[in-house]
Every structure is written in structure tokens, then in C-alpha cells.
Design a protein around this ligand. Structure first.
Ligand code: ADP
Length: 489
């Protein structure tokens, strides 16, 4: 303690010398011990070192900084206490400060303490005064930022940020390559720079969602390049928040999907051509089977009939599969045609049930509900949707013996339900069930199929302005509900 008090009597002079404030301090006549209370309460570490490199004063901040008490530090030689420092910039800068009698400022990582320091060294007549701060948190944050910056820079995807007013605030190299604008050209400009005029509404929707904090995932759209050409992109957009959680803007990742779309287009084209090519021989085959059926019937050879009938059923199945493939590729290319005529869905349901009941010996199809339910639409397509739902209900309930069907019409909507008591669909797969080629993993081996029926059904219902939903419990069964708007002539 004695030593600290001794030191205190000398320190103000040193501080005053350095800061050049001795006059003003004397004018307000702050007593010495008060100044030391102030210095002690500084968050910075203050070390006073004499000409023999011994600590003559340290404040509380200094103790915390080096993790040693005053008693351990005072009177000790700096380099003996911290020999590791001799190999660092601390030693070099201290020597320089003494030799050149000039203050020095530097940042240093001190491995022994695993800390980053920012230090200022002031030479004095008696030695040195050192002010040090722990800047480890700032350095860690900077390193993290640098890591993110490296990821953003090297990303193959365009990464762009913008304010909530749609002003571009950052633009990475991939964005430069994808859209043709350099960062200097894009930053500060409105994001509408890269939005095609006919899609400007999209941005309003996007901003609306972001203001509510809703992220946007894999949104496929088109953007405009500097040279006026267009690029197909998949956008993922997340709100950017400040530390208080307020939404400040958005970070947008754009992936160029032109290549993928081109591949899909070629795949669809291939499926479409292949289906057409397959259809011709199958139709011919079916014609010949029917010819033979009639011939054998006429010639009184009934023993051949069951085989031929089975052959016909299989050919019909093949035709259905090929038609589905064709439909799925047409839907994907946006080329499925629809008729628009008044259709009585209740009558269509009865017809479909009758037809399917004839081919199912395992299940009873029980239909109930309104006698008439008129909507505007395409009878064949709606029949196809009903057939898909009912055949699925039969196919995916091998242990059950019935399927319940109901139809109800209100002034506005016709609601149709198909309920089975089968294997059901696990929760995790329910959201994907209407996707093209999607099949829930559970029944893949047991049940044959291509995963197109529900995709086509969903599309047909959507094109009629309706909605299809599903409730299902694994092992208990599924209910598919179709609601279609009643449109008057
Ligand atoms: P597919 O039956 O040819 O596989 P769908 O598109 O008709 O194709 O159906 C997609 C998937 O949805 C099926 O593979 C099956 O996993 C599931 N699924 C459809 N309907 C039912 C149902 N009624 N019960 C259980 N699973 C079903």
C-alpha cells in the first residue's frame, strides 16, 4: 500500500505532462487522491513503469487485464514478469518509445493471456506510461465478419442486401457476374434495377412479407441483366434485423437456375416424345386384342377369352400410365388443355364409382350426398381426378374392404371427400404428396406407381379454381378433400 501511495504522489505530474492539462487541473484544484480514484475506475488498464522497467503504479483495470494483483506487479520488472512479451510487438514498441521519446500505439495478440490488446505507450521522464484495452471481443467479431465476407465473396450465388425501401446496400462478385452490374454501379440504386417491369409487383409482395419478418425460400422467378437479357433465378430472402430485433432490410441469395430449367425442359420433351412413341404400338396392340376377342367369341372358343381380357386390362393400365406421363410433362410445361362446360359432379362421381366398382372385388365404394352438384369445368379431367383419388384409396388400403365417398354442394362450393381405411401417410411426407414423381417411402416396394396421380389431380383441381387437402394418420387411413367453386353460366 505504501508504495501505491508513494506512486500516487508522483503520477499526476506524469499524466499532466502527457495530457498537457496541468493548468486546467490546478485551476479546478482537484485533489490528487481524487484523480487516482478516477484513474482507478477507468476501464482501461493504466501501467506506470520506471526507467528500470519496474511497475510503479497500476490501476484496477490493469490488474484485470493481466490477471495479476497490484502486490504481484508493483516493483517487479516487466520483462521478468512477462518474459513471453519480449518476442512480441510490445517489447519492440516499448523500446522504440524510449529510444525515440515518442508515443506509440499498436494492437497486439498476447498468446499467454489469449487476449488482444490495444495499447498506447507514452514516454515520460521517469519511464513509460502505458494505457491498454482488451479488444478481444472486437477482434473476434472482426474475424467473424472477415470469415463471412470471404464466404460472400467466394459464393457462386449472387448475394445482395437491401434496405426496406429497396435500396441496394451490398453486392458480391457473383452478383456482378450474374446481373452484369459492378458493385459501384449497383450499390445505392433501387433493387428494381434488376426486376423486369412486368414483375415489379413481386417486389411489393416480397417487401410486405419481409416487413412481417417472413423469410422467402426458393422462390423461382426471372431477373433482368444490365444488357437487357433475362436470367432464371431461385431466390431465398431473409429479413436482416438490428441488435434490438427491428427489421432493417433484407439479404437475398439468387441462384442461377437457367441450366436446371433447360435440363428439365429437355427431360419433359423427352418424356413427351417417348410417351407419344410408346402410345402408337400400344394402341395397335389394343386394337388387335379386341379383334381377337371378337374372333374367338364368334368362333366359340371361350377358353381364350379370360387370357385376352387380362391382356386387355394390362394394356389399358399401360395406356393410363403413358397418358399420366404425358399429362405430367404437359402440366410442367404449362400446356395441359381444359374444356369449359357445365358438369354435374354428383353424376360424375356416380359414374366413376360404378366403373371402378366393376373392377374392384375387394372394396365396396360407398357414395352419399347431394344428387346434383353443378360446376363449370372439364368433365374428362375431373373424372380423371376422381379416378386417381379413388384408385389410390383402394390401392393404399389392402387390408380394408371399403372406401367412403361423399359429395355436398352449397351455393358457393362443391365439396368432395374420399376416405380410406388404409396405410395412411406419415406426417413428415404429407406436405410433399402433391409434388411431381413424389412417393411416400413407406409403400414404395409394396405398391407400384409413378407418383404422378396426385400431382395431376392437384393441378386439375387448381385449374378449376379449387383446392385439395388431405388428412391422414399412419395406419388408420387418409381423407382427401376436394372443394371446387360453383360457377354459374
Ligand atoms: P402413385 O400412387 O403412382 O405412387 P400418386 O401421385 O397417386 O402416385 O401418389 C403419390 C404418393 O402419395 C403415393 O406414392 C403414396 O405414397 C401416397 N398416397 C397417395 N394416396 C394415398 C392414400 N390414399 N393412402 C396412403 N398413401 C397415399
Amino acid at each position: 500500500m505504501q508504495q501505491i501511495e508513494d506512486d500516487s504522489s508522483e503520477q499526476p505530474a506524469m499524466i499532466e505532462e502527457q495530457t498537457g492539462q496541468s493548468r486546467s487541473m490546478q485551476q479546478v484544484q482537484v485533489p490528487d487522491h481524487d484523480i487516482f480514484t478516477v484513474i482507478d475506475s477507468l476501464s482501461e488498464g493504466v501501467f506506470v513503469i520506471d526507467n528500470e522497467w519496474r511497475y510503479t503504479y497500476v490501476n484496477r483495470g490493469a490488474e484485470e487485464l493481466v490477471g495479476r494483483s497490484r502486490e504481484e506487479l508493483l516493483g517487479k520488472n516487466v520483462w521478468k514478469l512477462f518474459p513471453e512479451a519480449i518476442d512480441t510487438v510490445i517489447y519492440r514498441e516499448s523500446m522504440k518509445a524510449v529510444q525515440e521519446q515518442q508515443s506509440r500505439q499498436f494492437e497486439v495478440f498476447y498468446p499467454a493471456l489469449n487476449k488482444w490488446f490495444e495499447s498506447k505507450i507514452y514516454p515520460t521522464h521517469e519511464g513509460l506510461t502505458v494505457f491498454s484495452r482488451d479488444i478481444t471481443d472486437r477482434k473476434d467479431a472482426e474475424a467473424e465478419l472477415a470469415r463471412y465476407a470471404a464466404i460472400v465473396t467466394s459464393s457462386e450465388d449472387a448475394i445482395v442486401s437491401k434496405t426496406l425501401n429497396g435500396i441496394i446496400t451490398s453486392w458480391n462478385s457473383a452478383a456482378e457476374r450474374m446481373f452484369g452490374y459492378r458493385a459501384e454501379e449497383a450499390i445505392g440504386q433501387p433493387i428494381t434495377l434488376i426486376i423486369p417491369p412486368e414483375l415489379l409487383e413481386e417486389e411489393v409482395d416480397i417487401i410486405g412479407k419481409l416487413r412481417q419478418g417472413i423469410p422467402i425460400q426458393h422462390y423461382e422467378t426471372v431477373r433482368l441483366r444490365k444488357d437487357g437479357t433475362r436470367v432464371n433465378v431461385s431466390l431465398s430472402i431473409s429479413p436482416v434485423k438490428d441488435s434490438a430485433g427491428n427489421i432493417m432490410g433484407a439479404a437475398k441469395i439468387a441462384r442461377d437456375i437457367s441450366e436446371r430449367l433447360e435440363l428439365e425442359r429437355r427431360k419433359d420433351e423427352f418424356i413427351s416424345i417417348a410417351s407419344h412413341e410408346l402410345k402408337t404400338p400400344i394402341t395397335t396392340l389394343k386394337g388387335f386384342i379386341q379383334l381377337l376377342l371378337r374372333k374367338f367369341e364368334r368362333q366359340g372358343m371361350p377358353e381364350a377369352l379370360p387370357t385376352l381380357t387380362r391382356m386387355e386390362a394390362q394394356v389399358n393400365r399401360l395406356t393410363r400410365l403413358i397418358d399420366e406421363l404425358l399429362d405430367a410433362s404437359k402440366i410442367h410445361a404449362g400446356r395441359l388443355d381444359y374444356e369449359e362446360e357445365p358438369v354435374d359432379l354428383a353424376a360424375l362421381l356416380r359414374e366413376t364409382v360404378e366403373l371402378l366398382q366393376a373392377t374392384s372385388s375387394t372394396h365396396t365404394l360407398m357414395a352419399r350426398g347431394t344428387r346434383q352438384a353443378w360446376i363449370m369445368g372439364d368433365k374428362d379431367r375431373l373424372g380423371q381426378a376422381l379416378t386417381n383419388l379413388i384408385t389410390n384409396a383402394i390401392k393404399y388400403s389392402p387390408q380394408a374392404n371399403k372406401v367412403d365417398l361423399s359429395i355436398f354442394a352449397s351455393n358457393k362450393t362443391v365439396t368432395l371427400r374420399v376416405r380410406d381405411y388404409g396405410i395412411g401417410i406419415p406426417k413428415a411426407h404429407q406436405k410433399d404428396i402433391f409434388d411431381r414423381f413424389y412417393r411416400a417411402p413407406g409403400g414404395l416396394k409394396t405398391f407400384s406407381g409413378l407418383g404422378m396421380g396426385l400431382y395431376i389431380t392437384h393441378e386439375i383441381v387448381k385449374r378449376h379454381g379449387g383446392e385439395i387437402t388431405m388428412e391422414s394418420e399412419e395406419g388408420k387411413g387418409s381423407t382427401f378433400v376436394v372443394s371446387l367453386p360453383v360457377k354459374k353460366n
